[in-house]
Design a protein around this ligand. Structure first.
Ligand SMILES: Cc1cc2nc3c(=O)[nH]c(=O)nc-3n(C[C@H](O)[C@H](O)[C@H](O)COP(=O)(O)OP(=O)(O)OC[C@H]3O[C@@H](n4cnc5c(N)ncnc54)[C@H](O)[C@@H]3O)c2cc1C
Length: 493
């Protein structure tokens, strides 16, 4: 008899949610992680732990954050983020391409899954600072993103690991799944490589939760297109598309936006892959408060088109498309106090100067005359009649520019000035496997269920297209991981 009922490939958030759900049903569960323990946890460990879910008001927040004091509640406007708002965001940012059934599962499953995680022992707290600024003594949350996990991504993965250990789930590190084992049509285990030796592990079912293919430079160039080999990977080096490849080898159907991905502006000199000591610190997400210019010194995108949560994941691609695949973000003294903490890390490509002319001299690779001309035009175009308010889409815009700025347009005219050089940092790929939304079971090319095979998280296609509402990656992995784990535990020999 096989030692395990369910084998889970990966040890990130989706994988552990699948593991907990399968274990709850009494299954004997094994989690396989190709990374060594110190680098385990995939992209989930790199996150800030920001997690999007539908809620009706402060009572829902209180249930998930019982440590919140009355005083904190008193000075905070959590607002609401209804299921309808979540649907609207998903459909709007994906240009109405998100799979309606997958999206419905995601949105309707988000709140119950948060409560389930909380009951399992995952702790949450409000994202003060990043998602709410204190204005007139009160915090107001915006952008549908309100809670993060304690200790960010590392805290989340450590908590998952501990919960798994306590409930009798086995985890094997430095163990790479290399292929699926089948008995007839049914998947009955995985072939693994550990310390250079191949072994077979049999089980009643397998859950693939091994992430996208963003760390596979050849696939990235093949599917996302020329130039993508030049992007930096923000997260784990271990998500090379193995799970997708293994499933395709046995005839799984592929789905979704294979040429699309989540990519952001990140430090131009960030390393090839993410660095766990820096976490998500290479990203540079405060561009809505300033402007971005390319090598010609010209603006190329509406930095204030929407809240940061709804633009950052698509602006990495726009930066990659600029000459020399880079841009500079410019801020003046009026708003540097609003810059996120990632602007203060040690490994940062930053210049500062008391005047714009001196700043221009220091901004490597930028046409000086073009930049100064662009700034003059921009400053002239700012509508100063409308007050600046970072907590709402304030409508403080530019007038008459070819590349408008729709909100938060402040003149850049008070020294000292700061500029940060950014390139494209890829987070994860959008294309992946086709699953049944109710069970997360993988479908074959005829859209029939593949017996014994389930998938969740980044490697599932059809959820995200073109863009992504911030904080949806973790909840996507949690909702479908939980579904996959529960369904995989029901498989009979
Ligand atoms: C810097 C950064 C910040 C982010 N911030 C946020 C945020 O705040 N909120 C949010 O919602 N999302 C965020 N994301 C996105 C989020 O990380 C992902 O969407 C989510 O964590 C994916 O979870 P997952 O379990 O599918 O994949 P992962 O967490 O990446 O897990 C995949 C696992 O599979 C393992 N693996 C791969 N191949 C094999 C194999 N062959 N055999 C065995 N194991 C294998 C990997 O080592 C890893 O453990 C961020 C991502 C990055 C990179």
């Amino acid at each position: 008899m096989a030692k395990y009922d369910v084998v889970i490939v990966g040890a990130g958030n989706a994988a552990f949610c699948a593991a907990h759900a399968a274990r709850e049903k009494g299954a004997r569960v094994l989690v396989l992680e190709c990374a060594p323990e110190a680098e385990s946890g995939g992209n989930s460990r790199f996150t800030a732990g920001a997690i999007r879910f539908a809620y009706e008001g402060v009572d829902d927040i209180r249930t998930l954050c019982p440590d919140l004091s009355d005083e904190q509640i008193e000075i905070t406007d959590f607002g609401t983020y209804t299921k309808d708002q979540f649907y609207d965001d998903m459909f709007r940012v994906t240009r109405y391409r998100t799979d309606p059934e997958l999206c419905e599962k995601l949105v309707t499953g988000s709140a119950p899954t948060m409560r389930w995680l909380h009951e399992k022992g995952i702790r949450f707290m409000p994202i003060y600072g990043r998602q709410a600024f204190k204005i007139d003594g009160r915090f107001k949350f915006w952008g549908g993103l309100t809670l993060e996990t304690w200790g960010g991504g590392p805290g989340l993965v450590d908590a998952h690991t501990q919960i798994a250990k306590n409930s009798g789930i086995d985890t094997r590190y430095s163990t790479r799944a290399v292929g699926l084992i089948r008995d007839g049509m049914a998947v009955t285990g995985v072939q693994i490589r550990h310390k250079g030796v191949l072994h077979d592990i049999t089980a009643k079912s397998v859950v693939l939760a091994s992430g996208g293919f963003q760390s596979n430079v050849e696939w990235r160039t093949r599917y996302l297109g020329p130039g993508w080999e030049l992007a930096k990977v923000r997260g784990t080096r271990f998500n090379t598309g193995d799970g997708i490849r293994m499933a395709m080898e046995i005839g799984a159907s592929t789905y979704g936006n294979w040429s699309g991905c989540h990519a952001v502006g990140c430090d131009n000199n960030a390393p090839e892959f993410g660095d766990l000591n820096v976490g998500d610190g290479f990203q540079k997400h405060s561009y809505p408060w300033g402007i971005m210019v390319n090598a010609h010194g010209r603006r190329f995108v509406d930095e204030g088109a929407d809240f940061r949560n709804y633009t950052y994941a698509k602006y990495g691609r726009v930066i990659l498309e600029q000459p020399d695949q880079m841009a500079w973000q410019i801020f003046d003294a009026k708003i540097t106090h609003l810059l996120r903490d990632e602007y203060r890390i040690k490994m940062v490509t930053k210049v500062s100067a008391p005047t714009l002319e001196e700043l221009a001299d220091k901004m490597e690779g930028v046409d000086r005359a073009g930049f100064l001309d662009e700034l003059a035009q921009y400053n002239e175009a700012v509508n100063t009649e409308i007050p600046f308010d970072p907590n709402v889409k304030d409508g403080r815009c530019t007038n008459g520019l070819v590349v408008p700025k729709s909100n938060w347009a402040n003149q850049i005219n008070e020294g000292p000035f700061e500029a940060y050089q950014v390139g494209c940092g890829i987070t994860f790929t959008f294309g992946g496997l086709r699953i049944d939304p109710n069970t997360a079971q993988v479908l074959d090319q005829g859209h029939d269920l593949i017996p014994g095979l389930y998938a969740a998280g980044e490697l599932v296609g059809g959820v995200f297209y073109f863009n992504y509402p911030g904080g949806t990656g973790l909840i996507n992995g949690a909702v479908f991981g939980r579904i996959a784990g529960a369904a995989s535990a029901e498989v009979k020999e």
